[in-house]
Ligand binder design. Sequence first.
Ligand SMILES: [Zn+2]
Ligand SMILES: [Zn+2]
Length: 393
Amino acid sequence: MSNQIDFKSQAESLREQLVAWRRDFHAHPEIGFQEHRSAGIIAEQLRELGYQVQTGVAHTGVVGLLEGKQPGTVVMARFDMDALPIAEENETDYVSQNPGVMHGCGHDGHMAIGLGVAALMAQRRDEIAGTLKLVFQPGEEGMNGAEVMMREGVLEKPRPDVVLVTHVWNDAPVGTIDATPGAVMAAAERWHCAIRGKGGHGAQPQRTVDPIVVAAQVVVALQTIVSRNVGPLETAVVTVGQIRGGDAFNVIPSQVQMEGTIRTYDPQVRETVLRRVREVIEGVAAACGAEAELKITPLTPAVVNDAEAVKVVRAAARAVVGPENVFSGKQTMGSEDAAFFLREVPGCYFFLGSANAERGLDAPHHNPRFDFDEGALPLGLAVMMNALGHYLL
Ligand SMILES: [Zn+2]
Ligand SMILES: [Zn+2]
């Protein structure tokens, strides 16, 4: 390990290039699994820098390998590439040129940081002991691109020993980093339920089994899962996001459709919540003489950080932003498909503070006015380089 390298000033000297990459990606956003332009630019850069490049992994994913002269740790760093179906409302000269599509989550910045890592590591090729695996991932936004890449073998040949992931984060000011051991983002499931009763005349409820009344009771009963079945110091969310039923004011429909999401951190809490959602929905429906058909679809597991990898990232971050700006404890109920990688390989998912309220760069992620302080780019690059350097140099 080499602590002497001043990656902070090297990253800072790449600042203009990082901003240029980021703004170019920002102006040309692409929806998940359609990141052809972005992937093309990335693959070309990696090839020029001497990486072994694999393209078309999970449709548009790009993997770049840099093998050192000596054997050693295989470190993977993941950068997501996809934009969102949002019409951008910013007025910048790098505003989206693709109507209805926007880099509203900062993945443009992740690609820029990834290219910065590729450039700085290529300069040190002769010093590397081990292998750097750069993974540019498609389809993070609700599409589980990470899982698709895994099915196509991204965690093999070579298998990484550790994985690092960063995300720009507008909930925190630029110049701060948060790396927290344990679960930092939630396991997410989607549930769908059909409640079947017996339709009829709105004036003759006694001849029906009213699924709207059942659905109303289901909504209320579901609220008791978090309040009565989950411990007060544990974390869970049960949300009903959609109820659809009925066509006329004087008709009792025969069916109501409900949909929602479940978020948890702890696997045992998750088991409990999933079991209780089923018991509550089926039980309430049965008590009312109706039938419920419930389908729970797992989306992503929880993002769980490895304590050792977190230590490495925290040390890397202290050298860049100072110990007073390195935090711990950030947890969100959002979900992220890097969880699939982190379930297989120990690693760290860290939050890169990117907001600047004074400059108006603090809109939330997925907002049509989302933008971030580009000062986060060299900082994120420097932290990544320090952490990768710990394993490889
Ligand atoms: Zn997002
Ligand atoms: Zn994101």
